[in-house]
Design a protein around this ligand. Sequence first.
Ligand SMILES: O=c1ccn([C@@H]2O[C@H](COP(=O)(O)OP(=O)(O)O[C@H]3O[C@H](CO)[C@@H](O)[C@H](O)[C@H]3O)[C@@H](O)[C@H]2O)c(=O)[nH]1
Ligand SMILES: [Mn+2]
Ligand SMILES: [Zn+2]
Ligand SMILES: [Zn+2]
Length: 946
Amino acid sequence: MFTAREREREEGRGATKARKRASSRGHRKPSEEEDGSERRAGHRIPRENELVLIRGHGEVLLPTHPVHFSIVLWVAFLLLRRLTPPPWLQNPPPVAARSGRVCEICGEQVGPAAAAEEGDLFVACNECAFPVCRPCYEYERREGNQVCPHCKTRYRRLKGPPPPPPATATSLRRRGRQALSRKVPMASSKVNPYRMAIVLRLVALGFFLRHRMLNPAPDAAGLWLTSVVCEVWFAVSWILDQFPKWFPVDRETYLDRLSLRCDLRYLWRREGEPSRLAAVDVFVSTVDPLKEPPLVTANTVLSVLAVDYPADRISCFVSDDGAAMLTFESLAETAEFARRWVPFCKRFAVEPRAPEMYFSQKVDFLKDKVHPAFVKERRAMKREYEEFKVRVNALVAKAMRAPPEGRTMKDGTPWPGNNLPRLVYVSREKRPGFDHHKKAGAMNALIRVSGVLTNAPFVLNLDCDHYVNNSKAIREAMCFFMDPPAGRKVCFVQFPQRFDGIDRHDRYANRNTVFFDINMKGLDGIQGPAYVGTGCVFRRRALYGHPPPERPRRPRMVTCDCLPGFGRRKKKPDGGVAGGGGEMNIERRFGLSPAFLTSTLMDEGGVPPCSAPAALLREAIHVLSCAYEDKTEWGSEVGWIYGSITEDILTGFKMHCRGWRSVYCNPRRAAFKGSAPVNLSDRLVQVLRWALGSVEILFGRHNPLWYGRRLKALQRVAYVNTAVYPFTSLPLLAYCALPPFACSPASSSCRRLVFIGLFASIVATGVLELRWSGVSVEEWWRNEQFWVIGGVSAHLAAVAQGLLKVVAGVETRFTVTSKAAGTEDGGGGGGEGGELYAFKWTALLIPPASLLVANLIGVVAGVAEALASGYQSWGPLFGKLFFAFWVVVHLYPFLKGLMGREKKIPTIVVIWSVLLASIFSLLWVRIDPFVIRATGPDVRQCGINC
Ligand SMILES: O=c1ccn([C@@H]2O[C@H](COP(=O)(O)OP(=O)(O)O[C@H]3O[C@H](CO)[C@@H](O)[C@H](O)[C@H]3O)[C@@H](O)[C@H]2O)c(=O)[nH]1
Ligand SMILES: [Mn+2]
Ligand SMILES: [Zn+2]
Ligand SMILES: [Zn+2]
């Protein structure tokens, strides 16, 4: 309820604060420092900390306010259906229903539950309801392997007839105690062959390396040694990548059961009794309104505010790291527009709830929507959104041209009512001389502010471009957190990153499906997925550096109005505060804000009821000051962890080290969607940043090789892989650059066998991996290609920069990726607008371009030479050609990216690469570092017996 003016009054009053604020900038001057152009020059401009609490109210559609409106509708719905819950509230459709209730073992009809009865069908497995007839079931229990053939749950003895009754509201309520989620191991028919292939590949690799080591080439020792070192490194990096994928799992959530536990009671709750769903603070980070257009952030915020969750349990905090007037003003517009948008979304249950994406969907929006008012409302809404866009874009235009007389603050009038989720704009203080720690610093500022203002026990973190695509996403996460025994050990629930607006063929592997659908599922079977920076719901306690609760307590068999193991714990904090607490300790840990310290002690979240808004606000500004974290454990033990620009990996790693587990949640409708860099240069810069962050982790305090007592072994392997993968770029470069490596190793039949075996096992693991994960061959291939492209450019640069940081202390920078505004250039699908072809010069383009040229020259020269010198040289040529070809096909998307739409390679790239390539080949011919000159006339013969 704070308007800008009130805020200024607040600030004016804080006399002590003003003293703390060093020197000249004692009061806020809305002058040229607000200017976008100055801000553009760099993000280090010291800014006053500012915080405005904006609260909107919902549009009244019915006598009740909008949140309750949907509930009222729902009650009516339930009553109409005589308390049979709506389909989405019922169990996930059992497999039986889908397959027509035919036994999956013998093909007979699945009979009735009890011999004497008609009606309900026999259900063998209470977990997944996989259709198995009673005779088959009996047989499986007596002589078979006694588990459900589908989900592998042990069959429980079914005494006599009682099958689970069909779902009714009453029975559902009784089942209210059931698990909210379930781990679904991959079908063993898919995973076991995969594991076998891995073992075979390991064996073949062993033979291959043994063969290579036992057969040195005496006349080309350098070449031989290099190749063996490279091959051993490739083998190691493969093992690091492979073994964490040994236990892949999927998960299933039961939103219906969650609803039942929380919403039904919410429905029938007494006046004033809050919902049972835990509160969630949503953090949205943005930094540069020019690269991250306000409309993108606005859409993300709108999708958060409209999420399918009780409004009083959601607060949205936007971190503006650029302290941009533009971001603030567009946010004020957004809050205003949300008053219409949110009720509309909830009333008609539209998806997604980011208006830009919603209105650009090319689907028949009338399908399945029978509500008579819908068409009219939708049209009106669309018009309003267009007007909103015009207003926001006008703000952007205004920000571009700085008025000479300086800017004035737009005055928000206080918004009456409070039916929307809270929306808070936060811009932390930054000053020269203070490291602001990039995104991690911004997130830590938000977690403190939110701790003071709302203190929800859960926190959702989103990048400004990652909007909520599935309005039930937060509920999905709650299915894991609120599951009594297992949920208490869960520190975060990570959703995969999915993207809009990527070109159809995903030329630069932006979707990252191999990572999100293979590696992450593998990790989920060990200790849990890594945190990837966005689309992640945290337990606040885990962010505060607490370890997981020690002994998981059995769920209490209690009356249904209590949530076992959740919310009613009356115990003291789990001794997480190092050394068991004490005021001194917790101050040293969290800093000197009494309000914040109090909030960390609130076991179930929330702020003390007596706190006055003005005092809270003052305290919120205090915890935003840039010196707040001095001599505290922020960034080292608490909150987002500093020291790497991939703060995400490090933050998740730290939690896993403390013994927490995380969960990977992959609902059918993607939970969140974001934008990815579209053109080659941006993509390379992004990959460079990630790789550099990894190198920083490797050289930092949190080296996964030894850090972390409670990290599981395979999880450690995965983190080691994350930290060392950029180094694979070195052998990769060697392999791509030295064609003579290509000497065919196949001369004796035994060697040939080893080679073929290796090759076959590589193909087999690949194919089987794709089979269990459902990733397509094209996606896999793009990933391989980009592994080479990124490897010989971005990863290489990352290794160099990382070493520079270690040796010379050169600080690393966070280059934000540009986000396309809206979906104009093909957003929802396609994305083949100008952006894809945009060419931006970066030095990262040089190495792959040189390699491309060198290998193309190699192919031509090789063929020419072979033609000149006759038959006998075709053998070795084949090997050379093979590898040159391998390099060229991998770099092909890179070539396409270079050529742009006009299919012309920019001159500068041509010059550079031809130069480098010719220097390189000259060196190669002249000096020939590896090949000791052979005696014969054929001087350029390769040293290895070929
Ligand atoms: O000083 C900074 C720099 C960045 N950001 C925010 O960080 C987010 C991620 O930046 P982006 O340029 O989109 O990077 P991506 O490579 O797309 O992001 C991935 O990788 C990052 C780590 O490198 C993670 O932080 C992100 O969550 C993850 O989505 C954006 O919301 C930015 O606004 C800040 O808040 N402050
Ligand atoms: Mn991003
Ligand atoms: Zn059968
Ligand atoms: Zn089953």
